[in-house]
Every structure is written in C-alpha cells, then in structure tokens.
Write a protein that binds this ligand. Sequence first.
Ligand code: ARG
Length: 572
Amino acid sequence: MMMKIKAQLAEAILGGVLSIAPDCGMDAEGVQTLLEYPPDPAMGDIALPCFKLAKTLRRSPVQIASTLAPLVAGDCIERAEAVNGYLNIYLSGAYLANALIPEILEKKEKYGAPDFGKGKTVVLDYCSPNLAKPFHIGHLGTTVIGHSLKMLHEFAGYKCVGINYVGDWGTQFGKMMVAYKKWGDRQTVEEGGVDALVDLYVRINNAIADDPSLADEARAEFCKMEQGDEENLALWRWLVEKSIKANDVTLKQLGINFDSYKGESAYTELMPAQVQKLRDQGLLKIDDGASIVDLEQYGMPPCLILKRDGSSLYPTRDIAAAVDRKEMYDFDKCIYVTSNQQILHFQQWFKVVELMGYDWYEGLVHVPYGTVSVNGAKLATRTGNVVLLKDLFAAAIEKVTEIMEEKNPALKGREDIAEAVGVGAIVFYYLSNNRIKDINFNMEDALSFDGNTGPYVQYTYARACSILEKAADEAKATENVTVTTPQERALCIVLSQYEEKVRMAIRDYEPSVITRYILDVATAFNRFYHECSIFGAEDPAVKASRLALTEATKHVLGSAFGLICLRKTEKI
Ligand code: ARG
C-alpha cells in the first residue's frame, strides 16, 4: 500500500523536479529511492531530503524544498511543507484508511505479500547440526534465521525446500563409538535421550584430553565405518536416529519442520563424480599428497578436496550436495545459513563451483550470522560448557509459567500458551538484532513482559483478539473508514508499510526487519488503544472504524509473527 503511495508521490515530485530542470534525466524510480520516513511524525509521514537533489538541480536544498512544496499534490496527500531543506509530506488519513483497511480486511494474513517469487524455487539449508553432538544455543541462529527466511520467501510466492543438512558423518561418530562401547548401553541411551548422548560426548572428549591414544581409537572406529563395517554402521544408524529425534522435539517447539534431512553421509557416493570432473578439468592440484583447488588468483587459500589418505572433506561434500540439489529442485537460489566462522568456506567452494563451469553458481547465497554468548561466557561444546536449546526453552517456559500464574491465574490451556510465549521470547530476542552482530544472551531481558520483547508483542496480539471477541456482534467498517485522531493515522501508516518491510527483509536476508516492524505495529496499536476509546466511542461510525483498525492490526501482526517463528497467542 505504502509502495503505491510512494510511487504516486514520486510522480508528483518528479513533475516538480522536471519543471525546474527539464533535462536533468531523473525518473520516478530515482525519486522514490530518495524518500524517507521521518523519525518524528511532526516532520511529516514521508520526507524528501532535498540536499540529495542539490547537485542535479544546482540549487540549494532550501530553494528546492520551497519550489516543490506547492507542486506536490494528489489524492493521498494532505499537504506538503518545506522545512530546512526538507520537503515534509503529510498523507491524507482518510485516503490512507480507505485504501488500506478494506484491503487488509479482505486479504487478511495474505495482505502485504509480494509476488516476485512466483514460479521460482528456493532451497534453504539451515539448522544442519552435527549429530551426536549437543544441539545448543549456538544453533539458534541458523535455525530461526533460516526458518524465517523460508517463511519470507514462501510469503513472496517462492516454492521453498527446507533442508536440514545434518552432519551425520565424521570423526565425532568414531568418538561416540569409543564412548558407547566403553561406558554406554542401549537402555541408558533409550531412557536418557539427549542428555545421555551429551554425557557420553563430553566424557569422551575429556578422556581424550587426558589420554590422546583414545583419539586414535576413535579414528579407527570411524575408519571402520567408512569401510562399511556392519556393526559400526548399525550403531551409527541408531545414533543418528536418536539424535535427529531428540533435535526434532526442540524444533517442534519452534514450529519448524523440514522437507528433507539429506545430510552429509548421503554424499559419499555422489562425491567421486565431482572429484573426477575437477580432475578432468585440470582444476585439481596435488599439494603435499592432498588434492586441492588453487584459489590464489582470487585472493583465497586453496580449497581442500581430498585429504592425503583420499578421504573427502567438508567442501567436497558441499559441492556434491549443491549439484544434487540443482538436479533435484532446479533452484533459482540455494541459501545457506551458518555462523560467520564459515564465510571463507562458502566463498571458496562457491568459487570452485563457478570454475567448474556450473552457470547456476550465481544462485548460491551464504547468509552468515554473529556468535552467541550466554551471560558473557563463550561456549565450548567439547568441554560441556554449553547451554542446550532444550534446556534454554525449558527455563524460559518455566519462568513464563510463573509470571502467568501471577498475572492471570484463571487462564485455561496455560501449558501450551507458556510454551508459545517462552519459546517466542527467545526467538524474538534473538531476532531483534541484525544477524551479523555478535549477541550476548540475557535471559532476564528476553523474558520481560515490558519493553521490546516477545511477550510484549504476543500480549498485544492477544489484546487485539480479546477486543474483537468482545465485539463479535458489532459492526466493523469495511468502507468509509473514518480516521479522526493522530494515533489512528499513525497506526494506518505503520500498517501500510508491511509489504515494503517484507521486501527489505528478503532483499537483505534480514529477519530482524520484521521483528522491528512488529514492534512498530505493537507500539502504534497500543498508543491507539490507550488514546482512542473503542467501546466508549459515541459515534457508531467511529466505533466501527476503530474495530476495523483493530482487526487489521490483528491480521498484520499474525502474518508477521508467522514470518519469524513466533506463535500467535489469542490469550495470555
Ligand atoms: N554441520 C555444519 C556445522 O555444524 C553446518 C552445515 C551448514 N551447511 C552446509 N551445507 N555446509 O558447522
């Protein structure tokens, strides 16, 4: 909606610009990119910083603003003012409301969906933990950023394939086998679940630190696996299944499921063909016995393809997997979400894919994110200094349950709601920052019901729902929406920006755009709710309009929640 308005505005401004300088060569699109949302509504709903045109028009910003002000007009514009070199534009509340609210009420949670993804496919590789190792807070980023990107792309019409490329092959299984054979048994693992597995993992790593010969034993066990030893493979299959099941419990709490779990082990068979191709193309070099692709020309260290003993490596499997995915899904984009420690790895093998002549290399996208610490402490999986995701969620749920028992003792179905709010709080907190920033996790902050938190926005959603429930039999304006107060206007303006935010989030692979937008909507709605009485409105038209605004807010919030793995809470 706001995009249409901006386009209209840009046309009007362009008219003014061309009347000053007919040959300046600007077009409406160029003008549109200059428009800004002022930080304070007193400075208009949209502003044009005229210093950006000063060079082109060879005039001062102040002159430009005052020349343009009287020329900018249109249905959507109430007035335009020139202030200190800015052109501040105030939109017509009535126009906005009537163009916007009926559209939202009709499209409901589909309102704001762009359609540029229609007919295109995106593969998303995210979560992808190494199995048999703890599933911990460090995996939160890839999991929730990855899933949000999937939801965002689906919203824009893409066909999406979510792949949990599990690390189900590697020396960690050799270690686990040594540990299991030494200390484990079926029953303990069956009963103890993840915790039992984590115990074994931590115990063996500590033991290796004391006695390095155990590391050789672990390598030997893994070697047996690679050579097809049935006993070890059976144990491996069982460990893989246990780990995936355990992780799925946590993923389910987030409402996440995957279309495929095809992991690293699947590529042992598909790799040799790619290695052969590299060899045939003369791209492989032998370096100290290992096979590498030299990337010096591109300013990168070599990409390792085969170890000295001929066994394959992480990049090799990624290359084989990308070829396989292209064949299976014919993707337009294949997105990988991992921590920023893997930036070089992706740059390297993307380059190798390009050198191999695969023209689809341009569709490969790496989306990195910053590291997480908890209350200031760095995490180390091997020593057991980790916060498991399941424990983090459990702690959050417990805390929320306490708060809810205090605030709303009569609430029904509390368990389910506490899970939605507890897990939601963590997701929201995590996705509040730009993904590339390192974050320090602070539980107190995340769970607060005040401030810019998940509980606050879910509470706002519940508020909108309860108003609508109370007004179930009352009329809601589907046309002739009246907007009389600044709070109503401000709410309309925020709601009108949804599609633009969705596009930005997709363009920058940045779910935090949506998180921040949700806060804007919640804040605007709460201001409206406090300042504009809904049930106390005397004029029935005003009341019907306010109910319509409430319903529109509910749809936009509900839709946006879905984009960032936040559950909708009708009641809290
Ligand atoms: N399993 C890897 C890790 O835990 C992440 C895999 C990311 N995806 C990929 N295709 N490389 O570090």
